[in-house]
Write a protein that binds this ligand. Structure first.
Ligand code: FE
Length: 208
């Protein structure tokens, strides 16, 4: 069953936030550009750092990885990231020959506890419909061309079940600290529209 019942709730909150923002802007209390910058920060920086922590720990600690595979809800909760709406989490692991992509075909169910706010494109009708019909085409649009023969599995999120993609650990990161590894885990790599960053882009952090 594809239940998106929490979304009426979310849009209600969104509508109220928007109304409040309009009033505060009109009264000169807030600058909409500043609000956009804050939202952008939550989308791309603060929120996804939780997921990056989970991924880096799974890369570094085989026991944690096994727990994440078996019971992602509990393994994620153990790091202090709690799903306020009570949904379950499943972690899906990229590997040689296997790539995972997450979508919500009906609305925008998203793993808030580990990724923060969903990006605008995640909620867009073209992404939601095409991800299922032509996942490779969508990935190509994101600049991600997978090796021939790599299977792409698409996971359709619901209010009860949300997915976290664990990207492949990049080569050349042996001996990196968990913190340095987390720096390679970008938001889109945990949705499946990108890979983790290459270590060369983060050489100084790895060397620290
Ligand atoms: Fe949804």
């Amino acid at each position: 069953m594809h239940d998106h019942s929490d979304h009426s709730h979310m849009s209600d909150i969104e509508a109220r936030v928007r109304a409040l923002e309009t009033v505060l802007t009109e009264k000169g209390y807030i600058d909409p550009a500043a609000v956009d910058a804050i939202i952008q920060t939550y989308e791309t920086e603060i929120g996804p750092r939780n997921g990056a922590h989970v991924v880096a720990k799974a890369w570094s600690d085989p026991d944690y990885r096994a727990w994440l595979e078996e019971d992602a809800t509990a393994a994620i909760h153990s790091l202090g990231y709690v799903s306020r709406q009570g949904e379950h989490m499943q972690a899906v692991f990229n590997g040689p020959g296997q790539h995972h992509l997450v979508v919500c075909t009906l609305c925008s169910c998203y793993p808030w506890s580990v990724l923060g706010l969903p990006p605008v494109w995640y909620k867009s009708p073209p992404f939601r419909s095409r991800a299922v019909i032509d996942p490779r085409g969508v990935l190509a649009d994101f600049g991600l061309v997978l090796p021939e023969g790599t299977a792409v599995t698409v996971h359709d999120s619901t209010a009860e079940m949300r997915y976290l993609v664990v990207p492949e650990r990049p080569e050349g990161t042996e001996g990196w600290s968990e913190e340095a590894l987390a720096g390679l885990v970008n938001r889109d790599s945990m949705i499946g529209t990108a890979l983790a960053d290459e270590p060369a882009e983060h050489a100084q952090e790895g060397a620290r």
